[in-house]
Ligand binder design. Structure first.
Ligand SMILES: [Zn+2]
Length: 340
């Protein structure tokens, strides 16, 4: 896969909807757009084809600057236009565009070669900061994710939200590859189709472009709700699941995604087991240590056995299959130490 680099915005791009982008951009494209400050902001959108808030946001920002110079040079990577055309996160034939960056578990994949080209190009331009814009499928607050707890990374995250999540897994994500070059964050803008999500993302991109330098002072702990993901929860491939009460190995609560970012106590219910009642969730620890017991299945109920804060709980079965049921988090301080 050859990376296409454009030094201008092609006609029709600013008004195109994600599913029709392939008519304008035949494949993944990196725009290199001039601006007043030469060290570029790198932004990626549509790494997941059905998450269009990032696209809508950069279209709006570029419309605002149609007749004037950007305050800072912008490197804009528009990712999985093919998946966008199909209205899905990733095509079955593809490696997930946000699991293919350097550090990926699948460096031999064509998508990994593409992302290496992007990183090489961006690295040569001495980037000022990097942002990657996403949506969730469940109900979540808007939050920023980072892979380093250094002051400039925290300052960048705080431009988007006071809720900040530090994570090390999954690997192969844009923000961890770019963190080697400059302050980098992923921002999660809630569900697609929400106008306030786009407005928030526009504000964030504008703030990043307008920022001349990061504050010198240390970030203030009381300005942040800082969490770290400690485990990812998956449904084993061979098990069935439901969110509407219908018969399945895992019958999750219908409103399970309303628990995201709430401090849950041991005993909090996620649903019930069906069938033989022998199914168990797959809980993978971030640091590869064996996970103690986050869940308890007594009486055929699926309950938390440990106090934790879930994120990205979704009732989208396809998203569960492609990624996970949720992440489990704990509060941390700036040193990364658990606070509970
Ligand atoms: Zn995403």
């Amino acid at each position: 896969m050859e990376l296409r680099v454009l030094d201008h915005v092609p006609p029709g791009f600013l008004d195109a909807q994600a599913p029709s982008l392939t008519g304008i951009l035949p494949g993944p494209t990196l725009f290199d757009l001039p601006g007043r400050r030469p060290e570029p902001l790198f932004a990626s959108v549509l790494l997941h084809g059905n998450e269009d808030t990032g696209l809508l946001a950069v279209q709006e920002v570029l419309r605002r600057y149609r007749d004037q110079e950007l305050p800072r040079r912008l490197l804009l990577f528009v990712g999985n236009v093919e998946a966008a055309a199909a209205g899905v996160r990733t095509l079955d034939s593809q490696l997930d565009y946000n699991r293919a960056w350097p550090g990926t578990l699948h460096p031999e994949a064509p998508e990994a070669a593409l992302m290496r080209q992007v990183v090489d190009y961006v690295a040569q331009q001495k980037p000022f900061a990097s942002i990657d814009i996403h949506n969730n499928t469940g109900v979540n607050p808007h939050y920023a994710c980072l892979n380093r707890l250094e002051p400039v990374y925290l300052h960048l995250a705080r431009l988007f939200s006071r809720t900040v999540v530090f994570f090390e897994k999954p690997v192969g994500v844009q923000s961890s590859a770019m963190a080697e070059l400059c302050p980098a964050v992923t921002v999660e803008c809630g569900k697609t189709g929400d106008h306030s999500a786009t407005a928030h993302a526009v504000e964030f991109v504008e703030a990043c472009l307008a920022l001349s330098h990061f504050p010198e002072h240390a970030p203030v702990p009381s300005d942040f709700d800082l969490l770290r993901t400690f485990a990812v929860v998956k449904v084993p491939r061979d098990n069935t699941l439901s969110f509407d009460g219908s018969e399945a190995d895992f019958r999750f609560l219908e409103d399970i995604d309303h628990r995201n970012f709430f401090e849950l106590e041991p005993g909090s219910e996620f649903g019930a087991l069906g069938g033989e009642q022998s199914a168990r969730l797959l809980v993978e620890a971030e640091d590869d240590a064996p996970v103690a017991d986050y869940f308890d299945y007594a009486g055929g109920k699926i309950r938390l056995s440990t106090r934790t804060v879930p994120a990205m709980l979704t009732r989208d079965i396809r998203a569960v299959r492609l990624d996970c049921l949720c992440y489990l988090m704990h509060r941390i301080d700036f040193e990364g130490k658990r606070q509970d």
